[in-house]
Design a protein around this ligand. Sequence first.
Ligand code: DX5
Ligand code: ZN
Length: 216
Amino acid sequence: MGTIVSPSLLAADFGNLQRDCEMVNRSEADWFHVDVMDGVFVPNISIGMPVIKAIKRHAQKPLDVHLMIVDPSRYVSTFRDLGADILNVHYEACQHLHRTIEQIRQAGMKPAVTLNPHTPVEVLEDILPDVDMVLLMSVNPGFGGQKFIPNTLNKARRLRAMVERKKLNTLIEVDGGIDQTTAPQAVEAGINVLVAGSYVFGSKNPIETIAQLKKL
Ligand code: DX5
Ligand code: ZN
């Protein structure tokens, strides 16, 4: 399987959300990356339930929902009802991560755990077999258009080695500052899912930009 591409709608034109969703439908992208922020876990507030409902009406590919909210276990069934297919919760936001992961799977979604740039991948040693994907933040979460943190590549290599040592199929996703320079570096370090916001939606030809990422 080639590289999975998950365009981040945070960089879409919210006045033309249907148009941008249809562009992603037509493209070679695999998923829709949807960023939810609460202004507490991260210093920004993005989109909430009514907007996700609108996205789900137009999106013809799975929703890869990234929760940047405190205590995400409170909202697992809500996001299932909204149509999330993959639910990413932050390691740093969960008091009882194992329970939250089980809740997500029982609700019928694929559980993923997300790490902030400062959190070492080694904390995943005992939870890795229970998740379908790990999302490595390559910027501090909260905003699009930030610069890729190079140490993410070291983390990706260490996590890839851990996945192989345990003989798992865990996907490794990266989010933040992905562009024509950092995307190939990430793939080379063992990443198989690329999130890209401003690089895709800010490009002249987003369909072509997505096609280029798919080739990596
Ligand atoms: C940031 C979000 C990202 C964001 C990435 O907190 O999680 O998904 O949209 O944006 P770019 O690709 O522009 O760095
Ligand atoms: Zn994200």
